[in-house]
Design a protein around this ligand. Structure first.
Ligand code: ATP
Ligand code: MG
Length: 445
């Protein structure tokens, strides 16, 4: 039994009153049946786009994709996407249907959908319509292609990554024939746009069951992220590590909060290790310089997958700095904080925790990271001066002292360093005295 929200029930009633069969369909039915809150409600209907427009004349309607039969009705309860029952034509490019055909029956519409659990429809009076056994698969936690899996993945290779994403988000197992077809057709992913690959991978990385999905479908992921494949099976030969580089990275990824930048950074933090590996005379593996190489490889990925400049910069910073000590004194922590800011500092802490747990050897090593967090919170609560803005003097004061041009900024930065290192108090008098003394020193040199 599904309880439709009022805005969806009302739209269905309006279309049906005008003589057009209409259902709730897809993700909202799947999520309702598994007891999760749907993030949006989609309807499908026998009405053609122009007929929908007539039914909703005078309401706020967006022409989202009229050619494909989709419009969006803006209601008080949120946007509703409504699509005419359709069947897709051929897929000569493995990406887009050559054309869409509006069809009369909801069954044909469900047949074009990718997985059985997303190919169910619900109606407040007629109940569940489930011609492909979606409910049974849902109960068993199985992801199964609608129809012949090879054909479906040949039509649209993106479905292969959608399957990995759903496996990661829902924790479902992929039915063996479907999984085998994903592997057979994975090479076709090369015709999918970079942005769509990025979005599916990001959704997959942020899933609750990401570790299982990454381990099970490593080969599929390697087709869209060839840079990670050298990690597969790369032994660390090091007492600090229980797992090979890939499994370590996967375990670490599952440890950090489900935030895209953190998950991507964790996945890629060691991708430079295989290229840096050396084995010493005792048979112990070393990976000198790997953070920098990881950063270069990660940069290649963020460029190719067209990450925003901001996300890319955050990911690359975390990858490059994941192994660098954060400092074990207040002074060092303040310095670091002043350089990268609180947000990045906390990101780094999360990455270091993930890394430590992912190593699987010495869980007691993690205690110091919690101590670090306490130290960080204490420093922030004390309102320590960490930026030029917080200094008790400004550029005008430096000009009054007789400085000009770049010397002004240089002096302010020197004052900030002095405050952070506790060589000067952050008061106007102390800083002016410090600046004068420094100017005299420089004058004498
Ligand atoms: P979520 O919104 O939680 O990611 P969803 O199942 O709603 O999951 P959408 O991408 O919103 O996924 O798509 C809505 C429905 O449209 C899906 O349930 C599926 O039936 C169908 N669908 C979406 N993309 C495809 C595709 N590439 N091939 C076939 N069917 C698809
Ligand atoms: Mg959806």
């Amino acid at each position: 039994m599904i309880r439709l929200p009022a805005h969806a029930a009302r739209a269905i009633a309006r279309l049906e009153a005008a003589g057009f069969e209409t259902w709730a369909v897809g993700g909202c039915v799947r999520d309702s049946l598994r007891g999760a809150a749907p993030h949006d409600w989609d309807l499908c209907t026998a009405a053609r786009p122009e007929q929908m427009q007539a039914v909703f004349a005078g309401e706020r309607v967006l022409e989202t994709g009229l050619k494909h039969g989709t419009l969006t009705l803006l209601t008080d309860g949120g946007p509703l996407e409504i699509t005419t029952f359709r069947a897709d034509g051929g897929y000569s490019d493995g990406r887009h249907p050559d054309g869409v055909r509006f069809v009369g029956h909801v069954q044909d519409d469900l047949a074009r959908r990718d997985f059985t659990v997303g190919a169910m429809a619900w109606h407040p009076e007629r109940g569940l319509y489930d011609p492909f056994g979606g409910q049974t698969d849902l109960q068993n936690g199985v992801l199964r292609a609608v129809g012949d899996p090879d054909t479906r993945f040949q039509e649209d290779a993106l479905r292969i990554l959608r399957a990995v994403r759903f496996a990661s988000q829902l924790g479902f197992s992929v039915e063996p024939e479907t999984a085998a077809a994903m592997r057979r057709q994975a090479a076709r992913l090369d015709c999918i746009a970079a942005e769509r690959i990025r979005e599916e991978l990001t959704g997959m990385l942020c899933g609750r069951f990401v570790q299982r999905a990454l381990m099970e479908f490593a080969d599929v992921i390697g087709c869209v992220l060839p840079e990670v494949t050298p990690m597969f099976g790369c032994a660390q030969q090091n007492p600090h590590h229980l797992y090979d580089v890939w499994e370590h990275s996967v375990r670490a990824t599952g440890q950090v909060p489900a935030e895209p930048v953190l998950r991507w950074s964790m996945l890629l933090h060691d991708c430079g290790k295989p290229a840096c590996k050396t084995v010493d005379g005792n048979g112990v593996g070393h990976f000198y310089g790997h953070p920098k190489v990881s950063r270069e490889i990660a940069a290649q990925i963020t460029r190719r997958l067209r990450f925003s400049g901001e996300d890319s910069a955050r990911i690359l910073l975390l990858v490059e700095q994941h192994d660098r000590p954060l400092g074990d004194t207040d002074k060092l922590v303040r310095r670091r904080l002043s350089r990268i800011g609180e947000g990045r500092f906390r990101d780094l802490l999360a990455i270091k925790k993930g890394d430590a747990v992912g190593q699987g050897t010495h869980p007691e090593d993690i205690a110091w990271l919690y101590d670090m967090e306490t130290r960080l919170n204490r420093i922030l609560a004390a309102d320590a001066c960490l930026s030029l803005r917080q200094l008790a003097v400004n550029g005008n004061d430096m000009v009054s002292l007789g400085l000009s041009g770049p010397a002004v900024g240089e002096m302010l930065r020197a004052l900030l360093d002095a405050v952070i290192d506790e060589q000067a108090d952050n008061t106007r008098d102390a800083l002016l005295a410090f600046a004068r003394a420094r100017m005299e020193e420089q004058h004498d040199e």
